[in-house]
Design a protein around this ligand. Structure first.
Ligand code: IPD
Length: 278
């Protein structure tokens, strides 16, 4: 059973946000600075194309060790297997490299995602993010937020406040999505995109769900949807969207979870859910 949710005021939330920023930035630098020449695939997961590199593992080990030192009472859930329950009511949900295939191919759209969450992160819809950061080490862009504090993008010393797109019409909406790694699931997702592409401005498949969500927060994508996301893909980015004035919804009245995540300004999310019959 997950411990009770802690009472967190603005100072505690700001501390968690700063920690998420520091961790995401340090791990992001690690995956660039210590990337070995001729990086290959260390392991595969759900299918032969669902890859793990040695740097996913090293980044997660780095995040785990730092969190053990800094926040020994907190829990941890990481994409590459880190998992333990804490006693504080806060669980860190980390994606050590989101966009691993881009990383493998040196396409500059990957990020480290670090989120402090409350609730039961092992059950979809039973948790929420209270602070988080997503760092793309190639563009040096750090997206960050804490609950009720607004969403921000820091690049070097420049910090800007984020707002979702003002677009109202789905027909003009640049729409992001992504695909899972299992063949049958990808084929179903491809069919959905085929039916949607005539009804939106265009489709983007960036290859990192965390960056897709941050792109929605920054108004670089009007709206985004995907099925099959895990908490580590979603946790930090969804707070960036909501703190930038958007909504993140699931199927029907359900919260956003593995079944479906739809993110963007409320009107576009409602219109897209209508088309997706969700
Ligand atoms: C993947 C990426 C991708 C999304 C997949 C995720 P990974 O995460 O976020 O954009 O479409 O659903 O699994 O494997 O690169 O950490």
């Amino acid at each position: 059973m997950a411990p009770d949710r802690p009472q967190l005021g603005p100072p505690e939330l700001a501390t968690l946000e700063q920690m998420a920023c520091d961790l995401a930035t340090s791990a992001g630098r690690l995956i660039v600075d210590e990337r070995p020449r001729g990086l290959g695939v260390a392991a595969t997961k759900s299918s032969d194309t669902d890859v793990v590199t040695v740097m996913d593992q090293r980044s997660e080990a780095f995040l785990r060790e730092r969190l053990e030192q800094l926040r020994p009472d907190d829990g941890l859930l990481g994409e590459e297997g880190a998992s333990h329950e804490g006693s504080s009511g806060i669980t860190w949900v980390v994606d050590p490299i989101d966009g691993t295939v881009n990383y493998l191919y040196e396409i500059p759209a990957y990020a480290v995602s670090v989120a402090a969450c409350v609730g039961d992160v092992r059950h979809g819809g039973e948790w929420e993010t209270v602070a988080g950061a997503v760092y793309n080490p190639i563009t040096d862009e750090l997206f960050h937020a804490h609950a009720d504090g607004g969403a921000f993008l820091r690049r070097g010393t420049d910090v800007q406040s984020l707002s979702v797109s003002g677009e109202k019409e789905l027909a003009k909406a640049l729409t992001g999505t992504g695909f899972g790694y299992e063949v049958a699931k990808r084929e179903r997702q491809g069919a959905v995109v085929a039916s949607l592409i005539g009804q939106v401005r265009d489709i983007r498949r960036i290859g990192s769900a965390a960056l897709d969500l941050c792109s929605v927060g920054a108004g670089r994508l009007d709206v985004y949807y995907e099925s099959g996301l895990n908490p580590w893909d979603q946790a930090a980015g969804q707070l960036i969207v909501t703190e930038a004035g958007g909504v993140v919804a699931g199927r029907g009245a359900a919260p956003p979870d593995k079944d479906l995540v739809v993110a963007g300004p409320a009107a576009l999310v409602a219109a897209l859910k209508g088309i997706l019959k969700a």
